[in-house]
Design a protein around this ligand. Structure first.
Ligand SMILES: Nc1ncnc2c1ncn2[C@@H]1O[C@H](COP(=O)(O)OP(=O)(O)OP(=O)(O)O)[C@@H](O)[C@H]1O
Ligand SMILES: [Mg+2]
Length: 392
């Protein structure tokens, strides 16, 4: 088929041609947004799932939903070099300036701008053009230097400004598991403060499964503030829709056996479905696209994954971390007991505990329950066995 017409979109955060199996999450998000706008303090949603399941894509859709409900939104992408404050400030600033530009002068919006200035003064270089504001800071608010209370002051001021204008604010944060402990804790506390006042501001986030535990450790009341919808692989039927619907719109179809084979190979993981769909389309010369094509596409898709998706993750690891993961792979897809992994390595559990905890920090593995360890990247065990055939 014509590669220029290829409907599939393997990538990071790229909208798929058919967003299969996520109706419930999007419906919940719609309700959450509507309730937050009314000041009903709904639970904020933190989407949790493995690599490549479609978390970023969902956050983008949620941002669209928010805008349809006349929200002003701040989408924060994680960036290694920046703190949460640095990432949030320019976005909140532009929200406030938009609120300020609406209709006549509003004292609560002006106050929020002064609070933002106070907050910024403590945390970012004053000359930073992105947060520059020609206004005096609100002294004594958001300038204590304690991130917890300062961020809460700022969020409450922003939410209050939105309320004064009949608007609402959505803070959307991706890769939340990488926030520092104090940032996560401050974020939770500020959402708590906003919720208690019934102000129209909501947090919509996403992260790897370790986010759940990190949130609970940062603030014990977090579980009452947040819902953690899980974003998983697609079911057989959803996976069929994900690949069949886009080609159907172009007068093409996959044979039943092809769909079945793609599901088997991808286990329904969204990113893999895009990759398989993409290569199958390029290799096919007639419809329905048959099994022989799928087998050739599988080889290409696996090669592509090995060179990029899997590869970049392995390249960031130390030799000891690689050995730990390779030992896990030896045991299969997981989850595995820490003791079993140590046994494969022929060492004591305690001696590899630091390696394990670094791998969790790097987002490579997580602990689904106490003493268990699992990969955050689907099918990573099979990749490791291809990449490092023997463990010597
Ligand atoms: N529901 C879906 N149906 C079909 N394809 C999807 C679906 N959700 C996402 N995809 C596709 O999967 C790929 C990965 O999506 P996305 O980048 O949002 O995942 P992610 O969970 O954010 O991954 P990571 O943890 O690596 O950031 C993209 O190519 C996207 O088009
Ligand atoms: Mg993502």
């Amino acid at each position: 088929m014509d590669p220029r017409q290829n409907p599939f979109t393997p990538g990071a955060g790229t909208q798929p041609p058919e967003l299969a199996g996520r109706e419930e999450i999007l419906e919940d998000a719609t309700i959450t947004l509507a309730r937050a706008k009314l000041g009903r303090a709904p639970k904020s949603m933190l989407l949790v799932g493995l690599r490549g399941v479609g978390k970023t894509v969902l956050l983008r859709r949620i941002e669209d939903l928010a805008q349809q409900q006349d929200y002003l939104s701040a989408f924060v992408e994680w960036h290694e070099a920046r703190s949460l404050s640095e990432a949030l400030l320019p976005k909140l600033r532009s929200i406030l300036l938009r609120l300020d530009a609406l209709k006549n002068v509003n004292e609560r919006v002006k106050k929020a701008l002064r609070v933002l200035k106070s907050f910024a003064k403590v945390r970012v270089k004053y000359e930073d053009i992105e947060v520059y504001l020609d206004i005096d800071p609100e002294s004594g608010v958001a300038d204590s230097g304690a991130l917890d209370s300062d961020l809460a002051d700022l969020m409450v001021a922003v939410a209050d400004a939105a309320k004064a204008r009949g608007a609402a604010v959505a803070i959307i944060i991706d890769e939340m598991q990488f926030l520092e402990e104090d940032e996560l804790s401050a974020l939770i506390m500020s959402i708590h403060a906003v919720a208690q006042k019934g102000l129209p501001l909501v947090l919509m986030g996403a992260g790897l499964p370790q986010l759940i535990g990190r949130t609970g450790r940062a603030k014990s009341y977090a579980e009452r503030l947040f819902a953690f919808p899980s974003v998983g692989p697609l079911s057989r039927r959803e996976a069929r829709d994900a690949i069949q619907e886009p080609v159907k719109r172009m007068g093409v179809s996959f044979s039943k056996a092809s769909v079945e084979r793609i599901f088997e190979m991808t286990r329904g993981y969204p990113y893999f479905l895009q990759e398989w769909g993409y290569h199958s389309w390029n290799l096919a010369d007639r419809s329905p696209i048959g099994r022989v094509v799928i087998d050739r596409a599988s080889q290409r898709a696996i090669r592509k994954l090995d060179e990029s998706f899997f590869r970049v993750r392995l390249d960031r690891l130390t030799p000891a971390e690689k050995r730990y993961l390779r030992a896990m792979a030896e045991l299969g897809p997981g989850p595995h007991r820490s003791g079993d992994i140590a046994a494969v390595l022929k060492v004591r559990v305690q001696s590899v505990a630091p390696t394990r905890s670094n791998l969790i920090k790097k987002g490579m593995i997580y602990s689904p329950s106490h003493g268990d360890t699992a990969f955050t990247v689907p099918l990573f065990d099979e990749f490791l066995k291809r990449e490092i055939p023997s463990r010597s």
